[in-house]
Design a protein around this ligand. Structure first.
Ligand code: FMN
Length: 199
């Protein structure tokens, strides 16, 4: 086991499980859209957990809308995502059902694992969405629970003055209102990713 300190985060890691110096699959620590000085398509990860399929539907809508905006999208369930994978994207969107007013454990687990790369997600674009059973069932706090971790990573999160303010929320399966919010969210996120990647 080795220990190191990133800011005030003390990280204990097993030798061979990766370090702050490791590169992602793209061989880049930085923006995936800039490799060897050449601009490629901006890449966004849409990661989700869904037990009964409602959040999965939202994830698909968000992913499809991002693709329509010319973004390269990786749509994966959170169990298919390793913390190191997060380094290879310009934008990271995570969604899951609202569980007791917060994100589900599977998403929290990924966020907790991401401490291994603390400081390396700084400046990436973040976003979150959720499905809950009830209006007032804690869906906004669930979204904020994800965004909170993203902000601590130094990620950039854009609110929305007109759509769902913190990120898209659905009551059970996404209805027409929630679908429209997922698409609006994706369009805004794509625009932000492109603008920051260009800067
Ligand atoms: C363990 C557990 C906790 C839940 N907690 C809440 C809750 O706090 N508020 C709420 O509105 N719905 C809650 N739900 C309902 C789910 O958020 C809701 O059914 C959601 O649409 C499921 O999404 P999925 O189909 O993507 O799994 C809970 C469900 C489970 C299984």
């Amino acid at each position: 086991m080795m220990g190191r300190t990133l800011g005030h985060y003390r990280i204990v890691e097993k030798i061979g499980e990766g370090s702050a110096g490791e590169t992602d699959a793209a061989g880049s620590h930085g923006r995936s859209s800039l490799r060897k000085g050449k601009r490629t398509m901006e890449k966004v990860l849409v990661g989700y957990y869904s037990r009964t399929g409602n959040t999965a539907k939202m994830a698909k809508i968000v992913a499809d809308a991002l693709k329509k905006e010319g973004i390269e999208v990786d749509l994966r369930t959170v169990d298919q995502i390793k913390a190191a994978d997060l380094l290879g994207f310009d934008g990271i969107v995570l969604g899951g059902p609202t569980y007791y007013g917060g994100p589900p454990a599977a998403i929290k687990e990924l966020l907790d694992e991401s401490v291994r790369h603390h400081g390396k997600l700084d400046g990436k674009i973040g976003g979150a969405f959720t499905s809950s059973a009830n209006v007032g069932g804690g869906n906004e706090t669930a979204v904020l629970g994800i965004l909170q971790a993203m902000l601590i990573h130094g990620m950039i999160v854009q609110g929305d003055p007109e759509g769902d303010h913190y990120g898209p929320v659905a009551i059970q399966a996404p209805d027409a209102r929630a679908k429209a919010n997922c698409i609006r969210f994706a369009k805004r996120l794509a625009s932000l990713v492109k603008r920051t990647a260009a800067g």
